[in-house]
Design a binder for this molecule. Sequence first.
Ligand SMILES: *Cc1c(COP(=O)(O)O)cnc(C)c1O
Length: 368
Amino acid sequence: MIKLIDLDMQLKELEPAIINRIKSVLAHGQYIMGPEVYELEEKLANFVGVKHCISCANGTDALQLSLMSCGIGNGDIVFVPSFSFFATAEVIPLVGATPYFCDIDLKTYNLCPKSLEKAIQQSKNINGTPKAVIAVDLFGLPANYPALQDICDRYGLLLIEDAAQSFGASLDGKKCGSFGNIATTSFFPSKPLGCYGDGGAIFTNDDQLAELCRSLRSHGKGSHKYENIRIGLNSRLDTIQAAVLLEKLSIFDEELLKRQLVAKRYIEALQNRYQLEIPAGIAQSAWAQFTIRHSSLPREQIQANLLSKDISSMIYYPTPIHKAEPMNSFPATDMKNTCKASNEVISIPISPYISEGEQHHIIQTLLI
Ligand SMILES: *Cc1c(COP(=O)(O)O)cnc(C)c1O
């Protein structure tokens, strides 16, 4: 069976180095906030090209901490695309704010600037103060930041980038994780840069937001651990996970190039038969997923055909967030594209280690 994301080959390549790194953590015994955590934060900030990286327990906490650091809570409205992983919007009611769901662009599956602007204008009719936008770089492709930043500037809104799927991607040479006021990522094992458990990080150039995030991830600490000056979370990245990530980061650029080659082959072979996400000139995707659509062939038939040839596939995401039970009473714009995408998308196997033979087999199966 060809897995959707195969991490076995990566482990084979890195196992001795990762075990050595973990052994050195066991030797010094600083399991919480050990030196590997600070080493990783510095390397990640350099990689993304921002001043501050604040690691934390997972990508969902990274989003929640970002909202908290921006002072977003009761009475605030946060605009968010409905076509994403649930966590992107889940954190909004969690901090007491109201999510306002927006539609996506069907070519990129990312937040549609026109839909966002419409939602901002319509939000005058509901209680609450528009405060922020969370944009998602879905499947690894950067959102349209020039257009989104322009809207945020005009309406005085903060921009938060959910780069959980796009670590390594870039737009016009600027890395994902560096857009907006504050950005977040996830190190869930199957993300482009994944650890062997949960992990996440926050990126920002804003000294004040960075300081708040550092405090909020450790019980609202002040100048030292037992001075608590605000209500926070217990959300730190384990030292052992930082050790794993340091080794994975050392080969990340090579992996990214390999993913891009795989994507290029898929695009060349499949673009006449399927709707694909093709990055525009200045955009580089991290290819967290390779997602295809066919507007006439039933999706079940495509999936069954893949399965019969031992090829995994997944539907990201079958239910738009605004239709999920805990979310369906919150305001939303027209969701034509979101609904079409969630009815038609299929993600097929992609990883830096998928062989040319496997790719050929997948392409032949999809071209039947
Ligand atoms: C994975 C993911 C998250 C959440 O990350 P976790 O580390 O699993 O908490 C948030 N947003 C998006 C778009 C994701 O893909």
